[in-house]
Design a protein. Structure first.
Length: 599
């Protein structure tokens, strides 16, 4: 802001402090600060003579300085009309939006990169198109080992997700996935855009059109035949799905066409279930490979979950993580294709009457498998991946009842250089760690807390909270409170699911109870890591006796006070001292009804 007619400005920068302030020249001036649809902050004053708002300052000054104003794979130029244009080899994603001057959707490739080529053919199937005088995209990654333009190019070619590189005075920089914030700049550098060879070759053919036009007839015929041959190959590749390599040495995931998924699911005939973000359908690929297809609903939430799942489970593999076979991203359709889990989710067998009663050994192996999967996510991936929604519904079971952690739509990445991350609350009530409620930054210990609550449900075969938790007298109070009481006072056998008929290893039950109680401690620093949990369950180390978590202790005290107050009021008349009546009071209190008795 620079107009002195309306404001006086002062900027102070000293050893003790620095701040910016302004005062109005005329106290009666009416002004507003707005974030315009253009992405610019604009300061306006009310012009009494014009009876309208007057913009006297805005930031950033250049439209191209507004972050991603043109969307992905575009070039912004302040001197051009329109402001945005697609990079070579790309076309407008949504022509309708561009007609309405909304270019934030960006552009998409005309020809997808084929990442299934062998290394020896990589240079033949993918080329780089130079874009001189470019302001380089945001979020570039510096490559220290690349000391020449050739090695920088080779590094980009070796990674399928690399979409561009630049080698200049600042050394080698590469970019992955979408390129945003590229602008025309007379003093800019050369950006080498990665394209399919067909796109680069088509540019060269256009450039040398005059030479081709004077070629001999035989040459023209040869080129024509070659062109037809390339078209046939290109259309053939378009008809088939292509594989996208991951960056951790896996075999990659498949980019499916929507029509192929529709055919594989028999037009989405057999629905396996419905979740918060969409529905899951059973399908079958060629070769009788059973799949589960999640069709995401909702333009905003569906897109967020799609990106989160592909960027997390799509690049890692572990025996206790569900395998993402592929995805579909056509228009506004977002679908995820997983390996099919014939034994469905853990909650079906724990809580539903038609589920299989899981023996204790299977339950123990499920607990251990989930712990191993979480330990891998937290400690063995490039970034720490916090699942944020561990619960029985998100633990799938294969044909051998091996557990697979699923549903990474709420997952959060935490760089190894950071100890915590601040994010919006997510997850499921009953499995949320206290730090979610308090609004503080989270760590991987929120998954540890959720895992502890799941352990308790594996032991009891019923939910920790809700109506089912208060179904009978033995579970008339919060089950986690009972676990701590039994650990301290004995009688842990009564905690086990009655459907097991006592066929359990009480030593293992005690071990699991201790681990669960450590996992649900109020302070995240008191909870073990998932690596330590695995060691406990494998018998490599012994957990100590856990203390009663403060929240559970407070719940226990309030429950006792509430019960005693009822007994004192009603017992003053010398009545109602039987155990059966206490149970009646508790049942009615939990049902939310008033208890009255006349003498």
């Amino acid at each position: 802001m620079s107009d002195p007619a309306y404001c006086n400005y002062m900027f102070v920068n000293s050893d003790q402090e620095f701040y910016f302030s302004y005062t109005l020249v005329n106290e009666s001036t009416i002004f507003q600060v707005v974030l315009d649809v253009s992405g610019q902050w604009k300061v306006r004053v009310w012009g009494w003579d014009r009876n309208d708002w007057i913009t006297f300052s805005y930031s950033p000054r250049s439209r191209c300085d507004v972050y991603a104003v043109c969307g992905a794979f575009t070039v912004c130029s302040n001197s051009a009309n329109p402001l945005c244009s697609c990079m070579k080899g790309f076309s407008v994603r949504s022509p309708e939006d561009w007609e309405l001057e909304d270019r934030t959707g960006g552009c998409i490739r005309n020809t997808p990169l084929d990442c299934n080529d062998s290394n020896k053919h990589t240079s033949m199937s993918k080329k780089f198109y130079p874009m001189p005088f470019s302001r380089l995209p945001s979020n570039g990654i510096g490559i220290q080992n690349a000391t020449s333009a050739k090695s920088c190019e080779g590094f980009c070619l070796s990674n399928c997700s690399c979409t561009a590189y630049s080698y200049g005075q600042g050394g080698c920089s590469v970019w992955h996935d979408d390129l945003t914030n590229v602008a025309a700049d007379d003093s800019g550098e050369i950006l080498y855009l990665r394209l399919a060879a067909k796109e680069v070759q088509s540019g060269k053919n256009h450039k040398h059109g005059m030479i081709i036009s004077v070629s001999v007839a035989a040459g023209v015929s040869t080129l024509t035949l070659a062109f037809i041959f390339l078209i046939v190959i290109w259309r053939s590749s378009k008809r088939s799905s292509h594989r996208v390599d991951n960056d951790q040495g896996g075999i990659g995931i498949i980019a499916f066409r929507y029509i192929d998924i529709k055919r594989a699911t028999n037009n989405f005939w057999e629905k396996l279930g419905t979740g918060g973000f969409g529905s899951v359908f059973k399908g079958c690929l060629s070769g009788s490979v059973a799949i589960a297809v999640k069709r995401l609903d909702g333009a905003h939430q569906g897109e967020k979950q799609f990106r989160s799942e592909v960027s997390s489970i799509g690049i890692i593999q572990h025996v206790n993580l569900v395998k993402l076979v592929g995805f579909c991203c056509e228009g506004d359709r977002r679908l995820l294709v997983y390996e099919h889990m014939p034994n469905r989710s853990l909650d079906v067998h724990l809580f539903e009457s038609h589920g299989t009663v899981l023996g204790w050994n299977i339950r123990y192996q499920i607990a251990l498998g989930v712990a191993r999967g979480l330990a891998y996510l937290h400690h063995s991936c490039r970034d720490c991946i916090i699942h944020c929604d561990i619960k029985p519904q998100n633990i799938l079971l294969d044909a051998s009842f091996i557990p697979k952690i699923a549903d990474f739509g709420m997952a959060k990445f935490l760089g190894r250089d950071f100890s915590c991350v601040l994010t919006t609350m997510r997850g499921t009530i009953g499995y949320l760690a206290p730090e979610w409620i308090s609004g503080t930054a989270i760590t991987s210990k929120v998954d540890v807390y959720s895992y502890g609550m799941v352990l308790l449900e594996i032991i009891s075969g019923r939910r920790n909270a809700g109506k089912e938790a208060f179904a009978d007298d033995d579970h008339a109070k919060c089950f986690p409170v009972q676990v701590v009481d039994k650990l301290l006072n004995g009688g842990i056998g009564s905690l086990v699911d009655a459907n097991l008929d006592g066929n359990v290893n009480l030593y293992d039950v005690e071990r699991v109870c201790k681990v669960a109680c450590w996992c649900i401690q109020d302070n995240e620093f008191d909870r073990p890591t998932m690596v330590e949990v695995v060691q406990f369950l494998e018998g490599l180390s012994e957990p100590d006796m856990p203390p009663m978590p403060r929240l559970l202790h407070a719940f226990r005290i309030m429950n006792l006070i509430a019960l005693q107050s009822v007994v004192i009021v009603l017992g003053s008349k010398g009545q109602f001292r039987s155990k059966d009546f206490y149970r009646k009071i508790k049942r009615n209190k939990n049902a939310g009804t008033r208890v009255e008795h006349s003498v």
